[in-house]
Design a protein around this ligand. Sequence first.
Ligand code: P53
Length: 489
Amino acid sequence: MKGVSMTQLKFPEGFLWGGATAANQLEGAWDVDGRGPSVMDYVTNGSHHSPRIFTYPERPDRYYPNRSGIDHYHRYEEDIALFAEMGFKVYRLSISWTRIFPNGDDAQPNQKGIEFYRNVFLACKKYGIEPLVTINHFDMPLHLSQKYRGWASRDTIEFFMNYVTVIFNEYKDLVKYWLTFNEINLVTNPFGSLLAGIPQDDGASFFSMRPETEAQRSERFTALHHEFVASAKAVILGKSINPDFMIGCMIAGMTGYPHTCNPDDIIAAQQAMNFGNFLCSDVQVRGEYPGFAKRYFRDHNVTIDLTPEDEVLLKEGKVDFYSFSYYQSHCVSVDPDILKKAGNMSFGIQNPYLKASDWGWVVDPKGLRYYLNEVYNRYQVPVMVVENGLGAVDVKNEDGSVHDDYRIDYMRQHIEQMAEAVADGVDLIGYTPWGCIDLVSAGTGEMKKRYGFIFVDKGDLGDGSYDRSRKDSFFWYKKVIASNGTDLE
Ligand code: P53
């Protein structure tokens, strides 16, 4: 079926166009003005084919790219001015926990850290940009990980609430939109353990599949449970501080299609969608664990310390909206031969109808429309796409220009599919493409996997001037925003 013609496709008035970043990937200045170390500061660089590793202590011969980021800490004014030049209505950023509480369990917050984000929000305000703040984006104080095992400990909920209390009170008049945990559903997967602050051996690979014992699996789901409780408590507290706060969940949106129409593939794909995507948002949007999660816990001997008080908190701390990242889709199969061929890939089986990026991420704009409909049909709350984009190698010309037509094509197709979803009735309220300014890749630690409208002159090992320049996509996105998504040429 042919889609609705472009002229009929519209975004709602006041649609929040913008871009997204995360403190750990752009700020740098990891030990400046009283900031404490976080787990990510001890993760090395890697590449598409060699994993990043967590090392403690640090190794003198290795490079830790998050420590310098793109030095946004010292250049935020210039960066936000560039966002404003594109016409951003919203800017998604995260607060670094260890700038506010350097160890996580300190008695007093660090005033310099509080001041930094106030300045960032004031800069946004100057340009009429609405901040959208991720409270925790891949950001665990190293000390909490080492002393308490991160989210595996219930104590971490209290430390987190100290942090949340400070930032909600300090910024209640400057920030309205909040997200609790970035891509919380990554913790349903073994590669999410380090993100939940569960200590790993020196040299453990970051973001790859790892074998797990039954006890480790229970610990991981306990950590996830503590994050749910913390998220609910943050929502309850936020509403009491400012009833106008809009607080959302944030899910890594992974569209999984059945590889064939074999009913076993259909069920497997449904289970993958349920478990991978909906388990967490069912808890955060609906306020309770879904039946399939309870069944999984039973069948796999997973014990989490779910108390009657927790159940009440989960019910009372439901989020106002659903946000997610969307990059790719994959296929799900039960066929042993196909599974064997796919090997140990964390993203499932490739779709023969689609092509992958240079990093093997399968580009599928229609999967975004599909996912938006699935989510809205399930929850009927406002939805925001808070990450999307193409990680690609860019070539900067001598005059600073970058001809990134491949990125423009990618974004145009995804925006078209969002417009289709709006026409389908989805209450889509905003779009903040990932890495609106080039930053350190989470998965590989590289700089050359770039997403930005703004090029940053930094190489994989930290070399370069860190100068900013406008790519072709910068001027294109500016037009998109000015036309509220109707001019995509
Ligand atoms: P990079 C895995 C699966 C889905 C989203 O990723 C993911 C990851 C981690 O790679 O991360 C999100 O930089 C995340 C961002 C990250 C972005 O996607 O590996 O929220 O921090 O940078 C893109 O290309």
